[in-house]
Design a protein around this ligand. Structure first.
Ligand code: SF4
Length: 382
């Protein structure tokens, strides 16, 4: 089943490490919302070709991300769902996720959200410690992080995930363990945990270069990834994707569609879309997005994918999952030569213990998972 992603590009404060498209000015919020509703209508034929080609003709998941979608009023979200329902078949949707920041989700808002199609919340906690939140320049406090999780559960959101970040220079191993201990204690069934990365155009990179923020250490990231994997395994969470851990039955259906080659439509500035053989992405500029949509065109670029690019995409995404890269699928879809090349390139990682072969699947070991992207690019077909 297909997926729909909607990008809401507004945030109340700029996190120093952030590399997503967002703005802290809310001046164009109303104009953006009108443009988004218009784009939903303009994209109604997006899945037509795949559905005609026999793929399952329904939407399975909707994901509202950002930015900070929880800055929207519940009434605004309802307008988005109404418009989606007018133009897309939503009868089979199983999962509707809303990303939310802890400072936005009061009990009152959670109760109203419970009356919308939203049935899964993704809360941007990052850390339960003040020093880490200040290093990252997050707007919320540790108290708000705790309260938002407790309130979400009280309001009936059993499908809940939190984001955590490790490798923050202010985060000692002992404190990382304390952050992790909160997951089972608070009854959180799904976690996305990311290593802090310093992207070149971020405030954090600038601060580190000027000596005004402590640099990030690869060794700390590797150590804390190992602590993370051990802790989650001990507590019954499946490490089903490099950065994602879930109790059985709580996988993110939407993210699974990204990792398994299911078509998805991205709406809003900077949103990416995928159809077999084709990738598209909207302009990462909210003003230009609004202007173009108002003039009746969607400001997107697209790239046709060669079979080699499709294979590389498959290697990259499948190796990040616990199911691994299927050698049979590679042979069936890309041919015997592609399979032989993959097996040959994989030999050194099998020998070094970063990867194993299980039932004709290449699967990364715990050590390998931390290096997933580097190993995948070693295996790429040219
Ligand atoms: S809330 Fe998310 S999108 Fe917004 S600045 Fe922070 S990390 Fe970036």
């Amino acid at each position: 089943m297909a997926g729909i992603y909607i990008h809401i590009p507004f945030c109340r404060q700029a996190c120093h490490y952030c590399n997503f498209h967002f703005t802290v000015s809310f001046k164009k919020k109303a104009a953006f919302q009108r443009a988004l509703l218009k784009e939903i209508g303009m994209q109604k034929g997006f899945f037509r070709d795949v559905w005609h080609a026999g793929s399952s003709g329904a939407i399975g998941t909707v994901y509202i991300g950002g930015g900070t979608p929880s800055v929207l009023d519940v009434a605004d979200l309802c307008h988005i769902f109404e418009q989606l329902g007018t133009h897309f078949p939503l009868g089979d949707v199983q999962e509707v996720t809303l990303e939310a920041n802890p400072d936005d989700i009061t009990m009152e808002k959670l109760i109203s959200l419970g009356e919308t199609p939203v049935n899964r919340l993704s809360i941007g906690v990052q850390s339960f410690f003040e020093q880490d939140l200040r290093y990252l320049n997050r707007i919320h406090t540790p108290g708000q992080a705790m309260e938002s999780i407790c309130n979400a559960r009280k309001a009936g959101f059993d499908r809940l995930t939190i984001d955590l970040i490790y490798g923050i220079p202010t985060l000692s191993d002992a404190r990382w363990k304390e952050n992790l201990a909160k997951i089972p204690d608070l009854g959180v069934p799904h976690v996305s945990a990311y290593a802090l990365t310093v992207e070149s155009k971020t405030v954090l990179n600038h601060l580190i270069k000027k000596g005004k923020a402590a640099p990030v250490s690869d060794q700390q990231c590797a150590r804390q990834f190992d602590i993370l994997c051990g802790f989650m395994e001990q507590h019954g969470y499946l490490h089903y994707e490099t950065s994602n851990f879930s109790l059985p039955g709580h996988f993110s259906g939407h993210n699974l569609s990204y990792w398994t080659g299911v078509p998805y439509l991205g709406l809003g500035p900077s949103a990416h879309s995928y159809l077999p053989g084709k990738r598209k992405w909207n302009v990462s500029n909210t003003s230009r997005y609004i202007d173009c949509v108002n003039r009746g065109s969607i400001p997107a670029e697209e790239e046709l994918l060669t079979p080699a690019q499709e294979l590389n995409e498959y290697i990259m995404t499948s190796l990040r999952t616990m199911w691994g890269c299927s050698l049979e699928k590679v042979e069936r879809q890309w041919g015997r030569q592609a399979l032989q090349s993959l097996e040959k390139k994989g030999e050194k990682h099998l020998r070094s213990g970063l990867m194993t072969e299980k039932m004709r699947h290449l699967v990364l070991t715990r050590k390998g998972k931390f290096l997933a992207d580097g190993i995948a690019s070693d295996l790429f077909s040219l």
